[in-house]
Design a protein around this ligand. Sequence first.
Ligand SMILES: [Fe+2]
Length: 269
Amino acid sequence: MSVQAEEEQVVTSPIPSSAGLSRAAAGDPEGAVGRALRPLNSGRLREEYQSQGSFLYLSEFLPADATQQLIDAANALLPEVNRNYLPGHKAGGSVSRHTIDRLAPYIAELYRSPQLIAWLEKITGDRLQLSPEDDPHAYALYYYTRAGDHIGWHYDTSYYDGRRYTVLLGVIDESSCKLDYELHTKDPNKADLPGSVQYPPGSLIVFDGDKLRHRVTPSLDGEVRVSLTLEYVTNPNMRPWRRFISNMKDAIAYFGFRQVFRKAFGGKV
Ligand SMILES: [Fe+2]
């Protein structure tokens, strides 16, 4: 595969916060998750998730104060964004879990929320574990800030011995970007079912990475979009050759070599 990677540090002015969200009562992530889950009917949502081939979209999930925390973090981390460009497949910016650990502990805590994990286990029907410490995708922010930022059709392939689940949370969306997807592509007994969603701040998507074919359509000039991804696994073991492939993909397509190969850089990134 011919891959040309462009890595650069991006420094831009802050993205305007979404209007109307309370800046007060920041609270703790666990409390916010508790409030998010209270009105949900998990049994019905589990059925919806199953009927959609391991995919669920909730247009409203996080309370406004928690969403505002994510918006503030996304703005604060703008100087840390690593831009990447893979011709014909992907363009955009990313901030890895390692940077989030240093500068946005709210997100790191949200990822570890016991209530969130317990609810995701109800929805997916699996016992979930946190991604290993050295996985930069465990929680990460994706930034679309330039015309043409996008990602082409792909699966969130699991390089782990078990399944890999992706949770997407809308953070900022001042864009025309859509998450296009196809359900049931790996199920020989069901016809492929296309769908498309423009998920707003505070919304949630959860899916099995190996089952949902998806892409994000290109942004236009002047548009801004930031989403938060959380990754959970059923078995955190990864065989060495898969680790190598996964690391190279992450270094080139997302976070840069310094973030992915931190040990080689003395862990100082
Ligand atoms: Fe993806």
